[in-house]
Design a protein around this ligand. Sequence first.
Ligand code: ADP
Length: 512
Amino acid sequence: MTVFPLVGTILRHHQQMHLMEMLKGHGLRFASLLRQEAYIGGKWVSASNGKLFPVTNPSTRKVIANVPDMDEVDTQAAIDAAYEAFQTWQRTTAKERSLLLRKWHNLMEEHKEDLALIMTAEAGKPLVEARGEIAYGSSFLEWYSEEARRIYGEVAQSPTNSKEMIFLRQPIGVTSMITPWNFPNAMITRKAAAALAAGCTCIIKPAEDTPLSGLAAVDLAEKAGFPPGVLNVVTASRKNTPAVGKLLCTSSKVAGISFTGSTAVGRHLYELCAHGIKRIGLELGGNAPFIVFNSANIKSAVEGLMVAKFRNTGQACISANRILVQEEIYDEFLEALKESVSKNLIVGDGFDKGVNQGPLINDSQLRKVENIVNESVAAGAKVVLGGKCLKKGSLFFEPTILSEVTEDMSCFQEEVFGPVISLKRFTTEEEALKIANSTDQGLASYFYSQDVSQVWRVARRLETGMVGINESLISAAEGAFGGVKQSGIGREGSKHGIDDFTYLKYLCIGVN
Ligand code: ADP
């Protein structure tokens, strides 16, 4: 053995101890949840190539852990394990699957504080929000433990008396799941719970920035008693991810893929899936309009925007991105918003008391937000508040308000994915709708109005999969989450979340 691998091992051990001690200082109870191996076929494993990649705390930029940097070899092993497990898992009863999901949910509730601490350490998410995400993530396990038993087929009216026509709803098979860093627990449970309820097995590829939350969640799934191979986790660095993703989309043993992330990667995976005609569910980027009409309750519109924009420091695909305010109330709204942003937002390390705005996840996101703000200001936007990185070299960006924005500016054209509010004035309802719909994205939209006719008119005409009306917190296990246009295909959550993981089998029975 050369001296270098030894140095590496000591360093990794040191980093692991540091993370454990740090989290214990914040109240971590079960250090066993700090998994740093992948999970394939019911075993916690290293990468077959022996490689690791680092996980960083974006608040401190310190490396806190190292996880396996897997490639196609391990991915194939996970696919094989999931394929084998499917042969028996698909024949379990809905009640058995429901009970396992319920046990997983209960364990997640029991360990919610530990899971939140792990999330804050790797995602920088303020602890209060990390707790919220664990509750949200766990609610999918509860919801789909209930839905599992309500996956019904149909009996159709046959055109003749000599046949019966029946539609069975069956699990599609092995499903690949590629998930993002912004909701590192909930984006896994939202997919996996529906797939497992339907009788599918899964291979999860968590985002490279936040693998620890997924591994901790799956540790609890193992404890809940899911059989080996039913759930697998393959971790991979940014470098190895394209090869892993390709196999997850093209293997003949994989029936479908469910992806949440950027539109660019979603498009690429869609292309990869085309060859094998795979089932695909895509939750992609948004560019949500947030419209405040003259009749709106301004106080509640401001409160709504604070949530729709600053939740997860603006790093959500349903974040309000293009704020349209009707002329008559524009000045009053801007004043109230300015006061709220200055008073209510505290930026800092997610573990610090009172903090509700964390860092951006990594340098590339920071650069993106900086560029969008700089380009928009150069094009004439006015900085009302913030506008720059909080401290040179850190990943913290000031909560920002840009006013006098025009449609052609980057802050309106692109999804900012950061704590930046871009305000534009409009005159008529028609104009607001035209601007709102003038994008290829169609995930969420929001509007505030007290005029009931306007509520119906606007709700019907917005070209998005979800509309928040006088309400900005729209995510829930019971809700049908998903987009139209280039924001995605399919729905997650609600009873419809099962659809991506099942197919109808038509039985035609001759009865004479
Ligand atoms: P973001 O821009 O929010 O980081 P991405 O779409 O890049 O979103 O990432 C979402 C998920 O997609 C992550 O798990 C990431 O590793 C994965 N991913 C990125 N590029 C690829 C690719 N070429 N093939 C498969 N997965 C990918």
